[in-house]
Design a protein around this ligand. Structure first.
Ligand SMILES: [Fe+2]
Length: 294
């Protein structure tokens, strides 16, 4: 009944023009032609899209889409959620079509993060072509990347993903702050990515701390960093290598106020049965100088 991977992210955004430029010219994603001027779809592989940016009067995460491998896994998770009294809203045929999935439900984790649980997906059958020449993104069984979600109810939120959605612990950290520390749990899905969801004990005005996408090579990361610097985007973290998932990445502020981690070389674990969860003391092997800035 485990979630396999992050399928997609839906975002409410004030400025779709800024998002299109950011998505295409900085991240190297491909904007999809659409009849709807209020929706921007950004593609990164053979799926119709992975980012759905929807025009709004505010900037906020609308949903993290978590996908199951089979309908049986999907239904088992729904049963587990129902038996625990979690409120589920069934998807509609139109909604499934808009999300390019076979079926989905919406719910929220105990910290209020909006989730869409889904299974089955549309395949375009046409190649992804990046407008800046990025050859491809690392998706496949690992999904589109990972999200780090704010979780003020940290303990209950971690338990929710473990108990109902089949996640497992990958790593745990405590970030020192004045007078104490804040917890951060990294959770793996059934797919090989080190973490698909992480939950951190701190709030975020956009409801999303960051979303990570992965390019195939260090040169792709360097080129994206050059593009971000040239365009004057705020870098929330310099280039660095995380201790836990070994990702070499930088963090750039998106037009909606949350960060996008753009990385390569993330750890893949094909067999979780022999993996031992860790507690990491130092967040980065090197780099990642943070500037939360404006
Ligand atoms: Fe990350």
């Amino acid at each position: 009944m485990a979630v396999r991977s992050l399928a997609y992210v839906r975002v409410a955004a004030k400025d779709l023009t800024a998002w299109r430029a950011f998505g295409e010219q900085i991240l190297g994603l491909a904007a999809v032609a659409s009849d709807d001027p209020n929706v921007l779809l950004l593609r990164m592989d053979d799926r119709p899209w992975r980012f759905r940016i929807e025009r709004s009067d505010h900037d906020r995460l609308l949903a993290a889409g978590l996908e199951f491998t089979t309908e049986a896994d999907f239904q088992a998770a729904l049963n587990s959620l129902r038996s625990a009294g979690v409120e589920l809203t069934s998807g509609t045929p139109d909604g499934a079509q808009a999300r390019a999935v076979r079926d989905y439900v919406t719910c929220a984790d105990p910290s209020g993060n909006p989730l869409e649980l889904c299974w089955g997906h549309v395949v375009t059958g046409t190649p992804f072509v990046s407008p800046v020449g990025t050859s491809h993104f690392v998706t496949d069984d690992g999904g589109m990347g990972h999200v780090v979600l704010p979780a003020l109810k940290l303990k209950e939120t971690r338990a929710f993903y473990l108990k109902h959605l089949g996640f497992g612990d990958s790593d745990e950290m405590r970030i020192p702050i004045e007078g104490g520390s804040l917890g951060l749990h990294f959770l793996h899905a059934a797919g090989p990515r080190h973490h698909t969801v992480a939950v951190g004990e701190f709030p975020h005005p956009a409801g999303l701390i960051h979303v990570m996408i992965e390019a195939p090579a260090l040169d792709d990361v360097g080129l994206a960093l050059d593009r971000a610097l040239k365009a004057g985007h705020h870098l929330s973290a310099t280039l660095g290598r995380h201790t836990n998932d070994k990702m070499v990445s930088f963090y750039v502020r998106s037009p909606s106020g949350f960060d996008v981690e753009y990385g390569c070389g993330g750890l893949l674990t094909p067999d979780w049965s022999t993996f031992t969860p860790t507690i990491t003391q130092k967040e980065d092997l090197w780099g990642h100088k943070w500037d939360f800035g404006h």
